[in-house]
Design a protein around this ligand. Sequence first.
Ligand code: NAD
Length: 493
Amino acid sequence: MVDLREPDGTEAVENYVDGAWQTPTGDDEQALSNPATTEPLGSVTFSSESDIDEAVRAGNEAFEEWSQAPVEERIQPLFRLKTLLEEHQDELAELLVQDHGKTLAEARGELRRGIENVEVACGIPSMMQSGSLLNAAPEIDESAVRKPLGVFAAITPFNFPGMIPLWFLPYAVATGNSFILKPSEQNPLVATRLFELIDEAGFPDGVVQLVNGGVDTVNGLIDHEGVEGISFVGSTPVAKLIYERAAANGKRVQAQGGAKNHIIVTETADLEFAAEKTVSSACACAGERCLANDIVLVEDGVYEEFTDLVVEETASQVVGNGLNEETDIGALISEEHEQRVRDYIDTGVEEGATVLLDGRDAEIDGHEDGNFLAPTVFGDVSEEMTISQEEIFGPVLGLASVDSVDDAIERMNRSRFGNAASLFTGSGADARKFRHEGEIGNLGVNVGTSAPMAFFHFGGWKDSFFGDLHAQGEDMIHFYTDKAVYIERWPDA
Ligand code: NAD
């Protein structure tokens, strides 16, 4: 395996199966490149059916002993992994920037949240306990226990390659299951480096495995009878497909999908603060975030003033290579995705939104081939416009004026998505209304991006999520275990 601490463009991504690195044996292959420079990073060969089968078999064999290991023993490799991740955080962040295109600060932030999930899972000895009751009936004591189930797989997207695998992996193994990760084929280098550290942390062979690939690999995992359950994070159409296919196979499934998120700004808000947080919410990670709030509904009386502040703040954003510390907005993942975002901007213009700032002509010195767009701001974005309805996943922000907070909440709730929303206000009554009436999974008040800490669940509503148990925190323990009740009678005589 080539040393990923210094990628030289020839990395051939491997699988990590049964405690060893293996070259995938499928027919398809994807070239990898740095989004900021388009320089080659290497390639990933997709896994074949037999690669998948080997990993699932190794996972089930490992499960026999791992599920019976004392819980204290199960969390020791996680403690070591936490330390290793912290020791290698800067190096991982640099690799993440080259693999994904985001900024160093964003990469460090996502790795920190990933590490926090490892920390939370180290609390499994307390978190996995269930209830018990003496004298539940005459001479009868009753208790409930949680049991691990087998091999679980997670299929993850390109946009948080260092964090999203850790929404699942630590909880799956801490609860006593085996785990297989299938990372995005667009940028699998961070997952590969993560597994080098996992190898060092010393999990028993087969407990944690990495299987690379694309659609066929995902379907192979979902259809394999040796896989108990599937966690998915990605776009809504794929989330729905995964949910249906896994459910049809009788598997546990949680499928987090795409989003279209709103910010509401009231006349009582601190407008400067709200403008700064709005721009960061919509444009950080070049808009490639499921929590990006990119439609901003502003009360009439402050629409003009707030719009001016947003345009000023957006224009000050520095676009460039994420490895430069001064960069605010990095590159988009691929040329194809950049074109997709450009098409949305063109559609916004055609459908009559007012262009307040046009980011289509971004020129980054020395990075002429990179996948860059400067941020675009639209005004007068009406509800029926495509840019108001669909997830753009780029640095594009749309503003609209509304008569009242009630109108804004109603418009927000009519969206088919329900991932996140934020309200900027100085009114407790407005905040309470928003909290009570918002049909959204992650709500923020005077917070630009409502990203839950690792000890809370993470997940949206409506078309942003298919399933019932979300990622992170306690929900993961419910997802990765089943419950059993023991009813005991031991009469005296
Ligand atoms: P994607 O849906 O294209 O891919 C996600 C994963 O699914 C990848 O591993 C890919 O290999 C696999 N995949 C793609 N097409 C498939 C198919 N037809 N059948 C089976 N598997 C398939 O998503 P992406 O472009 O990598 O990520 C961006 C999307 O993820 C956005 O929509 C974003 O909102 C969403 N996302 C959601 C959350 C959340 O918590 N709700 C978090 C992060 C990202």
